[in-house]
Design a protein around this ligand. Structure first.
Ligand SMILES: *Cc1c(COP(=O)(O)O)cnc(C)c1O
Length: 391
C-alpha cells in the first residue's frame, strides 16, 4: 500500500469488539489477565499485552503502529508533547561527562534544555554552525552522545545538509538526532538521509488543526542500547506517555495530514511570492522561493513542497507590532501548522526572555514576523497582510 492508503487503512493487530471503524479511545488505566502466569509474562515483556496505561495503551499503540508503518521505524514512542519527545530522547542518550553537538539555531525550549538544564547534570552542549561541516567534524569526539539538529530552523530558516551530518556521525558511531517538526515525516524519509532518531512535535502538522499536544520518538534501530533503554527504562521512569484521547485525535490527524500539507504548503508558496512584491517587506524568508540560499538543498531533501512556515522582515520592531495589531483574518498566536494562519513576533515572545545579546547570537531579529500559513483562501491572507502594512 502507498503511504496515504496506509495512513487511512492500517489495521490494529486485534479487531475492536464492535468493529468500530475509528479505533476507540481505551480510557482505561489497567488491564485484567486470565491467570497469574500471563500477568507475569505481560509485566516482564514476554508477551505483548498492555498492563498499565502509563507505558502501554491500545489507542496509543494503534497511533504508534501507523507512524511506524509510515516511516519505516523499528519503534515509535508517542509522548505528551514535542518537548517530552526531545527531553526523553536526549535523557536516554546522555550521561555525565558526555557532550551533545548542536547549534544555537534551535527551538527556544530545546536550546534551554540542552544548554542550561543538561549542563546541571554534567552534560555539555557544544554549539557549532551546523552548515559548516568542518566545524561539526571538529566538535564531535569520543565523548559525544548525540548530534542534535532541526531540519529547518525557526525563525532563521536554515536548512541542514542531513547527508553531510550523517557522514560525520556514522564515522564516529554517534547517533544523529533530528527534530523534523517543520516537514511532515510522510513527505520525506529521514531514515534514508541518515537520521538515526527522529523527534517530532505532533502538536503541529500531525494533530490536525491544533487539537492536542503530542510528541513522537521515531527510532530507526541503529543504536540497540537506545531502543532498549527507551522501552525498558525511559518510558517507565519519565512517565511522559501519550494519553489515549490525544492518540485518538492524532490518529485522525494523520489521516488528513498529507491533504492539509498540500494546501498549506502551496498557500505558503503563493503568499511568499506575493509578499515579495510589497515595498514595506524588506525580505521574505521561505525555502520554497527559488532565490532562497537553501532552496536547492531543501528540494533535494524534502521534495517540491517547502512547508507552511514563512518569515518576513519589516523595517523595525515597531513596524512588526503595528502590522500584527492591524491583522483581521490572521491570528496573533504562537504554534505552527494550525488550520488557521497565525502570526507572531518571535524576538519579543518565544525568545522574549533571552537577553538581547543571546538573541543576536541566535540570529533572532527584532524585525522578523513568523507566519504559519493555514488552509484559508490565499487571496484573503494576502489582502489581510497588505491592509495591515498600510500607514
Ligand atoms: C513546537 C516545537 C517543539 C515543541 O513542541 P511542543 O509540542 O510544543 O512541546 C519542538 N521543536 C520544534 C521545531 C517545534 O516547532
Amino acid at each position: 500500500m502507498k503511504k496515504q492508503t496506509q495512513a487511512i487503512h492500517l489495521a490494529y493487530k486485534r479487531p475492536d469488539a464492535y468493529n468500530a471503524l475509528s479505533f476507540p479511545v481505551y480510557n482505561a488505566v489497567a488491564y485484567e489477565f486470565p491467570d497469574a502466569q500471563m500477568m507475569s509474562d505481560a509485566f516482564c515483556g514476554r508477551i505483548d499485552a498492555p498492563d498499565y496505561s502509563r507505558v502501554e495503551n491500545p489507542t496509543v499503540t494503534n497511533f504508534e503502529r501507523r507512524v511506524e508503518a509510515l516511516t519505516g521505524a523499528v519503534h515509535v514512542t508517542a509522548v505528551n508533547s514535542g518537548m517530552a519527545a526531545i527531553s526523553n530522547a536526549i535523557l536516554t542518550l546522555a550521561a555525565k561527562g558526555k557532550n551533545i553537538v548542536t547549534s544555537k539555531h534551535l527551538f527556544g525550549n530545546t536550546f534551554s534544555l540542552l544548554a542550561f538544564t543538561l549542563h546541571r547534570f554534567g552534560v555539555d552542549a557544544r554549539l557549532v554552525d551546523l552548515t559548516n561541516l568542518d566545524e561539526v567534524r571538529e566538535a564531535v569526539d569520543d565523548k559525544t552522545c548525540a548530534l542534535f539538529f532541526e531540519i529547518i530552523t525557526n525563525p532563521q530558516m536554515e536548512v541542514a545538509d542531513i547527508g553531510g551530518l550523517a557522514e560525520i556521525t556514522k564515522s564516529h558511531h554517534v547517533p544523529l538526532v533530528a527534530d523534523t517538526t517543520t516537514i511532515p515525516f510522510t513527505q520525506f524519509s529521514a531514515k534514508d538521509l541518515g537520521v538515526d532518531i527522529e523527534v517530532v512535535s505532533s502538536t503541529k502538522y500531525v494533530s490536525g488543526g491544533a487539537t492536542s499536544l503530542g510528541g513522537l520518538i521515531i527510532d530507526y534501530g541503529n543504536f540497540p542500547r537506545f531502543t532498549k533503554t527507551m522501552a525498558g527504562e525511559s518510558l517507565f521512569n519519565f512517565g511522559a506517555y501519550m494519553t489515549p484521547q490525544v492518540a485518538f485525535l492524532q490518529t485522525i490527524g494523520l489521516e488528513t495530514l498529507d491533504a492539509r500539507y498540500r494546501v498549506q504548503s502551496s498557500n505558503a508558496l503563493e503568499l511568499a511570492k506575493r509578499l515579495e512584491k510589497l515595498p514595506q517587506i524588506k525580505r521574505v524568508n521561505y525555502v520554497g522561493l527559488e532565490d532562497n540560499p537553501y532552496h536547492e538543498l531543501a528540494r533535494k531533501q524534502f521534495g517540491k513542497a517547502a512547508g507552511a512556515m514563512v518569515c518576513i522582515d519589516l523595517e523595525s520592531q515597531e513596524a512588526c507590532f503595528s502590522m500584527l495589531n492591524k491583522l483581521k483574518v490572521i491570528h496573533r498566536a504562537t504554534n505552527l501548522f494550525d488550520n488557521r494562519t497565525l502570526a507572531i513576533h518571535p524576538a519579543s515572545t518565544i525568545f522574549g526572555l533571552f537577553p538581547p545579546k543571546a538573541r543576536q547570537d541566535m540570529d533572532v531579529l527584532d524585525t522578523t514576523i513568523r507566519l504559519s500559513v493555514g488552509l484559508e483562501d490565499v487571496d484573503d491572507l494576502f489582502e489581510d497582510i497588505r491592509q495591515a502594512l498600510e500607514k
